[in-house]
Design a protein around this ligand. Structure first.
Ligand SMILES: Cc1cc2nc3c(=O)[nH]c(=O)nc-3n(C[C@H](O)[C@H](O)[C@H](O)COP(=O)(O)OP(=O)(O)OC[C@H]3O[C@@H](n4cnc5c(N)ncnc54)[C@H](O)[C@@H]3O)c2cc1C
Length: 370
């Protein structure tokens, strides 16, 4: 019987284990991870650079001092924190080195938990051929996004079976596919003002770099925009997508009158400035370059990526069923919920990892004090 079993060896699970062990060397801790390695998803974050936190994230000081203790310095780029080396593998390695320092943490890899139960004041995690029992259980199994990293939504079903209520879950931070064929634009990155409208009403605006893909649009502002599509989609989602339109202002730094001047100068062969402002392939795609095409280039959405390609899951275990300061379940004593299994989802910029680290640290410190 372990004192604490941590179900999931990702960002939040590792932060929990380290935070307990640092304060309490007597607590016997077990991490159950279905993959053959810990922190597999961390390696893929931030395109391999790991956007670890954000200057504006809640609890960022706690998170940065946790990483300071394990020798990971932060580098700030536009308020986003990355490890100083900009290598996600350095973050994962620092966590693994720290875990290996504590003899009271046992790591069981290739351990896919199939079922979780709670009886007579202890928890039992069923594996294929064995059972792991513990006095305390931490559900750190993540959401449903990125199944290739081990997260297929098990944390949601375990929490539900233990009596918790969940809000509906959706894929968040995804790319979109457009009805229009944009394949000739593949690879172009262009700074735009992105607007999303639903039934003609503007519901999202963000300035940022749009990346054109073979089939549609991607990039941070498109990821953030996608949350406003998936969260509201009705059950007839294919039909409902038709009510959404994305509009790009290709020259957000230029007013309409400035663009009109650029267009007229070009027509009168006075200036070729417009040509240097817009990629030639974009011009080719637009065809006739008009004020409307430049300030309001519209796309219809044919599809939004699903959980397999989304970065985060929107929805999960209701936050008011969990103690805010300790992450302990309000329904079951000695049950803790951390990370993406909870109904929290942040925009791009390090907010999701910050939430995973922070909830893990809070739970770990409290468990160590029990
Ligand atoms: C490609 C990609 C890039 C991202 N980039 C960023 C970024 O730069 N910045 C940012 O803030 N966020 C980013 N995110 C989101 C961020 O990675 C997650 O929000 C965060 O990892 C969630 O932490 P977690 O501990 O809750 O879950 P995870 O890190 O997903 O860990 C959950 C762990 O539980 C294990 N597990 C699940 N079920 C079981 C089971 N039944 N038995 C045993 N083990 C199980 C999984 O294998 C996994 O290792 C990105 C996500 C993806 C997919």
């Amino acid at each position: 019987m372990y004192d604490v079993c941590i179900l999931g060896g990702g960002a939040s699970g590792l932060a929990t284990a380290i935070s307990i062990a640092k304060l309490n060397s007597d607590t016997r801790i077990c991490i159950l991870e279905k993959n053959s390695e810990l922190g597999k998803k961390i390696l893929a974050t931030g395109n391999g650079r790991c956007n670890i936190s954000n200057e504006e994230a809640y609890g960022v000081d706690t998170v940065s001092s946790f990483f300071d203790d394990i020798y990971v310095d932060f580098l700030s780029i536009d308020k986003r924190y990355y490890p100083y080396s900009k290598k996600a593998s350095d973050v994962r390695d620092a966590l693994l080195i720290e875990i290996s320092k504590y003899s009271n943490i046992e790591v069981l890899l290739n351990s896919n938990v199939l079922k979780v139960s709670h009886e007579d004041n202890f928890f039992s995690c069923s594996l294929k051929n064995s059972k792991i029992e513990s006095k305390t259980l931490v559900i750190a199994a993540g959401g449903k996004s990125g199944p290739q990293y081990g997260t297929v939504g098990d944390g949601f079903s375990f929490s539900k079976n233990l009596g918790h209520n969940l809000s509906k879950v959706y894929p968040g931070l995804t790319s979109i596919e457009t009805v229009e064929d944009v394949s000739i634009l593949k690879g172009i990155r262009h700074n735009c003002l992105v607007r999303l409208s639903y039934e003609g009403k503007n519901i999202f605006t963000e300035l940022g770099e749009v990346q054109f893909t073979n089939t549609g649009l991607s990039g941070i502002c498109i990821f953030n925009m996608s949350n406003h599509i998936t969260r509201g989609l009705k059950s007839n989602w294919k039909e409902d997508l038709k009510s959404h339109k994305v509009s790009l202002d290709l020259l957000p730094d230029y007013s309409e009158s400035q663009v009109l001047k650029l267009l007229s100068d070009r027509k009168n062969l006075k200036s070729r400035k417009l040509i240097s402002l817009i990629d030639s392939r974009l011009e080719e795609y637009i065809g006739e370059v008009t004020l409307e095409n430049i300030k309001d280039l519209t796309f219809n959405i044919s599809s939004v990526d699903g959980f397999d390609r989304s970065q985060v899951t929107i929805g999960g275990v209701l936050l008011d069923e969990v103690e805010k300061n300790t992450q302990e379940s309000k329904l079951i004593k000695n049950l803790f919920l951390v990370g993406e299994v909870l109904d929290y989802s942040g925009i791009c910029g390090g907010f999701n990892l910050n939430h995973a680290w922070l909830t893990g640290i809070k739970a770990g410190r409290y468990i160590a004090s029990l």
